[in-house]
Design a protein around this ligand. Structure first.
Ligand code: 5GP
Length: 113
């Protein structure tokens, strides 16, 4: 499978402001932020969509949340709050087919549900 842009960022083959990286996930600022703080946390191994998640991915996926909490604290938005979003396929608004979580904050995001 051809590398997507997130794989290139993970492998340092494409520039991004990397904020966090461990064995399982990598986090960087979104190039087109939808909030004052908009960070992408992506699995280091490619899982195309939520539909492709298998039992064996559980640890890696847990690290999306672990990284989110750590980054929110570092960005000082943990107490004010933030939103985590995972888009799936066309109707969910997914553009990049490499599973990732959006961490959005830095202002009151209101209610969407
Ligand atoms: P999706 O719609 O797939 O859930 O989210 C993809 C996100 O990746 C979008 O918010 C988009 O702005 C971001 N994005 C797309 N290309 C790049 C890039 O080259 N660098 C960075 N940092 N973010 C990107």
């Amino acid at each position: 499978m051809k590398d997507n842009i997130f794989t290139k960022i993970i492998n340092n083959e494409y520039p991004a402001e990397i904020l966090y990286k461990n064995k399982y996930v990598t986090a960087f600022r979104d190039i087109n932020p939808k909030a004052p703080i908009h960070i992408i946390i992506v699995t280091n191994d490619v899982i195309r969509t939520v539909n492709d998640i298998k039992e064996q991915h559980a640890t890696m996926l847990g690290h999306l949340f672990i990284a989110s909490a750590k980054i929110a604290k570092k960005e000082k938005i943990n107490h004010a709050g933030y939103r985590l979003i995972v888009n799936c396929n066309k109707d969910g608004g997914q553009e990049i087919y490499h599973l990732h979580m959006h961490l959005l904050g830095g202002k009151n995001l209101g209610c969407i549900l």
